[in-house]
Design a binder for this molecule. Sequence first.
Ligand SMILES: [Zn+2]
Length: 292
Amino acid sequence: MLTICFVELGLVEDIDLVEVCRIINRSQRAIRAIVGPEVTALGEPDISAIGYSLPRLFAVLAATAEPEQVMVGITRAPIERNLFGSHVSPGLIILSLHQVQEVCVSSGRTTEEYLAQSAITELLQLLYVSSSPDALWTDLAHDEVRGCLFDYVPNKIDKAVKLRCGHLDQQCRARLIESGVAADLLVAADKLLRRIQSPTLGRTLRQALQQPVFSLLLGGVLGGLIINLVSSAITDSFTSRSASATAVAALMALGVITFPWLRARRSARKLRRWPASATTEPSAISRLGGMN
Ligand SMILES: [Zn+2]
């Protein structure tokens, strides 16, 4: 089993690295994620690592390295050319949280889910470049839009699409396997993506409640249910007829609450089937191009 160790570099507030590890560890069995030491002081001035170069961050991360672990340093600082992340063979990864909040809001995913997916993406690139002295991470990145984790994206906000429905396309999967990346790691990546992309009841309900029509509908059904219960209690007339009305209202409320979730699950299943057979891009995949 491959172990990746998350390390905070500088001031990284409001990020739950234990939750990042939980997301990774519960979704698959080939990669074990753990939380390492915090490196709160990066020298003078210690201002969230801003002003520190990528080589400096890698040097600090290397000092925390444990044998046979891939170290993943998390920083709020923008890193070279405002990259999402960077890596150095054999086992160092830096992930930047700069401008990530917008990506998470746009995708409806948490920062912890963003970090879990980004860590695995960088890990696959790291394993690829470690396979041969001639291998470059740019070998994996491609301009062609395939809905793949390795599509170039010109703006950070475009990564929201990858969080919602990114996958490993057949070409990149084959290239990784040819380079010697273990098949179980690719399966682990697939499982993690599925975990992050699967709609949850809470997430879809929160998004649906932002739509006035849905809010009115749910409010009306729940209001009717409450009024029915209260009036029955006040008048002490809880007859079989009022019980039936209450049951119908409760079922309607359940249907309204779960409808967005069931619809989102159906859409997610369609998107998962798309990569193997599609000849055209789904509308959910925007034109990306540019930076990986
Ligand atoms: Zn690809």
